[in-house]
Design a protein around this ligand. Structure first.
Ligand SMILES: *Cc1c(COP(=O)(O)O)cnc(C)c1O
Length: 376
């Protein structure tokens, strides 16, 4: 490469200069290549260990026959199907190439330099990236502390205190990743009701399907009352379709119209559109994945308890546990054993690691490797 006198860094937009890139989970193939091992397992990215519904896989095979055509830009059939599912008009739906794409679109629609977005400490790592990338300012509220019953969870009162005249967006992950903490219907509803009308609120429900708590809210039913509310969902987690990239937002139709101005016209590929439709029809498969996740979570929690490790109670398909020492060291030692979990030091949690609920034998392998690592 030719060298340049001036740094590219100086050419970058101000928000981008100080940006720390998102750290994805290490792929199995990369670990096997780097460490010269085989049969590694990955419990690092909250993927569904059982994969997608067989009906979704069959739909993918059919859709792949027609790859020379551009996808339908409006994802018409999928939007209609989602509208039916949520009892809303299709005009309330904005589809994204994963819900991260939708979150990014939201940031670009509502934020510019000089405006602020509020979110919680330990909240999903994508929020600071998309806020900073558009040159806006992040205001981070401290999470509940360790003494509280909801330790590590969003503290809505602390978040509310950061809302001011420059606030345009509030991000709430319910449940949050990597903490697995969640907010109940009553507290979330009164928080949203109290927000001033110049503040838009995003409730990120990437793990919605897994949550079985009775007081967990169905926020899609609140849209009629709160025109400033946007709810995001994804096919990446419980539907087992992370590789295809499909997510969406539910909102007031005028908000959706704004989001769709910024959305790339073909951001949902044709295979993804067909597969998502098929996945929505296989309710039995989804229920089975949810049940097996519940069993796997119980297996992990029992394992932590017998190892004497504390963990953050989680309603998702992952759980963060306290290693009692440097999380980075335990992460490395687990890699040597062919087990990939997720460090969460970038979330300010240096002793914790996050593990995704796998299938029974993966959970066993993880717990055995962890026991070995901790007793070494
Ligand atoms: C996994 C996750 C997402 C979903 O990302 P996709 O782009 O839909 O794959 C969104 N929010 C949170 C909190 C997540 O953990």
């Amino acid at each position: 490469m030719p060298t340049r006198n001036d740094s590219f860094l100086e050419l970058a937009a101000p928000g981008v200069r100080a940006l720390q890139p998102y750290l994805p989970g290490k792929p199995v193939a990369a670990l096997e290549r780097e460490y010269g091992i085989r049969n590694a397992i990955k419990l690092a990215s909250n993927e569904n260990p059982f994969g997608p519904s067989p009906l979704a896989v069959a739909a993918a095979r059919t859709a792949i026959e027609d790859l020379s055509r551009y996808p339908e830009g409006s994802s018409y059939l999928l939007a209609e199907r989602l509208a039916l599912k949520h009892q809303l008009d299709a005009a309330c739906i904005t589809l994204g190439n994963g819900s991260n794409d939708v979150l990014d679109i939201i940031a670009r629609v509502f934020l510019t330099p000089g405006y602020e977005a509020v979110f919680s400490q330990h909240a999903f790592a994508v929020y600071p990236i998309i806020v900073q990338a558009v040159g806006a300012t992040a205001r981070v509220a401290p999470a509940h502390d360790g003494c509280h019953g909801t330790a590590y969870g969003h503290d809505l009162a602390a978040m509310y205190e950061l809302v001011g005249p420059k606030t345009r967006l509030v991000f709430i992950a319910n449940p949050n990743n990597p903490t697995g903490t969640w907010l109940g219907s009553a507290e979330l509803e009164s928080f949203i009701a109290a927000l001033p009308s110049h503040v838009m609120v995003v409730v990120d429900e990437a793990y919605f399907e897994y949550v079985e708590q009775v007081s967990y809210p169905d926020t899609s039913a609140w849209l009629a009352r709160f025109p400033n509310l946007m709810v995001t969902r994804t096919f990446s987690k419980a539907y087992g379709l992370a590789g295809l990239r499909i997510g969406y937002a539910l909102s007031h139709p005028e908000v959706a119209a704004l989001l769709n101005r910024v959305r790339q016209p073909f951001n949902i590929n044709s295979v993804a559109q067909a597969v998502a439709l098929a996945a929505l029809d296989d309710v039995d498969y989804l229920q089975q994945c949810i049940r097996r996740n519940r069993e796997g979570m119980a297996q992990l929690v029992t394992g932590f308890e017998s190892l004497g490790l504390s963990y953050i109670e989680s309603v998702g398909n992952f759980v963060s546990f306290n290693t009692g020492r440097s999380g980075a060291d335990v992460y490395e030692a687990l890699l040597q054993q062919g087990v990939i979990v997720r460090p969460v030091a970038n979330y300010g949690m240096h002793e914790h690691l996050r593990v995704t609920v796998g299938h029974t034998d993966e959970n066993d392998r993880f717990l055995n490797a962890l026991e070995q690592v901790l007793h070494d």
